[in-house]
Ligand binder design. Sequence first.
Ligand SMILES: NC(=O)C1=CN([C@@H]2O[C@H](COP(=O)(O)OP(=O)(O)OC[C@H]3O[C@@H](n4cnc5c(N)ncnc54)[C@H](OP(=O)(O)O)[C@@H]3O)[C@@H](O)[C@H]2O)C=CC1
Ligand SMILES: O=C(O)CCC(=O)C(=O)O
Ligand SMILES: [Mg+2]
Length: 472
Amino acid sequence: MQESYNGIAVPKDGEAIQYVDGKYIVPDKPIIPFIEGDGTGRDIWKASQRVFDAAVEKAYGGKRQVKWYEVLAGEKSYRQTSNWLPDDTVKATVDYRVSIKGPLTTPVGGGIRSLNVALRQLMDLYSCVRPVKYYTGVPSPVKHPEKCNIVIFRENTEDIYAGIEFREGTPEAQKFVSFVNDEMLKGGKKKIRLDSGVGVKPISITGSKRLVRSAINYAIKNGLKTVTLVHKGNIQKFTEGAFREWGYEVATQEFRDLTVTERESWILGNLDANPNLTPEENAALVEPGIEFAPKEFGDSVIAEVKQVLAEIGASHGGGKWKSKIMVNDRIADSIFQQIIIRPSDYQVLATTNLNGDYISDAAAAQVGGLGIAPGANIGDGYAVFEATHGTAPKYADKDVINPGSVMLSGVMMFDFLGWTEAARLIENSMEETIKQKYVTYDFERQMEGATKVKTSEFATRMIENMDKVASK
Ligand SMILES: NC(=O)C1=CN([C@@H]2O[C@H](COP(=O)(O)OP(=O)(O)OC[C@H]3O[C@@H](n4cnc5c(N)ncnc54)[C@H](OP(=O)(O)O)[C@@H]3O)[C@@H](O)[C@H]2O)C=CC1
Ligand SMILES: O=C(O)CCC(=O)C(=O)O
Ligand SMILES: [Mg+2]
């Protein structure tokens, strides 16, 4: 521990959160580092901090208090230290274990690489957890937004976010392309065009398995019944397809008593419906049209049926599979329409980094948009809470943006720390304020009869509403 980071003194009257034997030990006055963020981050942080402090004060009457500690990153950091993400900032977030951040700008095309991604990678925050949940009164473009209650687990450290890219025309790109064309593709028909920029998409067993493991553990802890692996494995077989395969390995090898895969459920369900079914007949029900497929394929499905029945017929058969967590998979393009048309079929999505990035913004649209889309980056012993959205620069310093996402990220943080009373006060007062139709521009433009308020006014009304929701 240092007395200061980036030349900013650590609060003397707080203590660090500890992590012992897989558990967080939270003092009554924890020091929690925060990164204010670029662009709209400034307005949002001011409003959120007021709400967090009011909720903690109301919930614990001074017994508990967050000792906020600013750490520098992004534009503010660059202005003050000539460094976008100083080592001291990473050290402080590591030393104090739990922190919260606003969004940081990443230029498109050139310039610095994402500081957000860098922090996740440097701290090995491998699960990006983004709940998509409806709050009463929030305007939505769909008829039944309340049916959407999905938590996205996005792998957070690899995939194309590894940042291994070579710009078109550089010697590195030329070397890379020549190597692939000449050595790997051996001058065959398949070739990378010589005027290409190229990027590498690493997907590892380590990264995939630990992400899926945390998604299944989340489902167990929260009594959820479905975990869906989302991938583009039909096209990217050895990265996205492998993610799916490793995901199923985690489910069936590490959580065998608690899970059933979708295919296993078909096999077991077929036998439940007709106990006299032969493995051949069962295979034909699992893969309709199997008689027209090559013999090896038919044989492999029959072998699969026999294996499933031998392995879990006794433990999962006779309908017992219905009480297990269903682990299924969906191809990424189809999940975008599935979560709109049949949101209640999905509870936890576990997916690779890029898919998760896209899906989390799209899913948020159903329940009100990026103004109300919280998230957390979680590793083993470290967590950084942050909204799904970015810096929305056109609204910077106008005091108009919706602070909901950072506030709800704070709710996730307080729940994570076990300060559930403060979490509920924030969540309920936000819902109450929205029900009163006292909302920022993004909601107001989709609602009838709403009052459009500033970021700061929304926060003030939330604080006022805490008395009301506390007495309910
Ligand atoms: N974790 C992070 O720090 C992230 C950083 N970024 C970075 O942010 C920068 C800007 O990215 P951009 O693509 O514009 O995406 P943003 O998420 O910043 O904004 C896109 C649009 O979403 C809406 N929106 C975003 N946040 C809110 C909010 N709090 N309340 C209401 N509406 C909101 C606005 O829509 P409308 O115009 O309709 O009002 C806004 O114009 C980029 O540099 C990007 O790399 C992006 C995502 C995450
Ligand atoms: O780091 C960035 O600038 C964008 C990241 C992003 O979109 C996300 O994490 O959802
Ligand atoms: Mg994103």
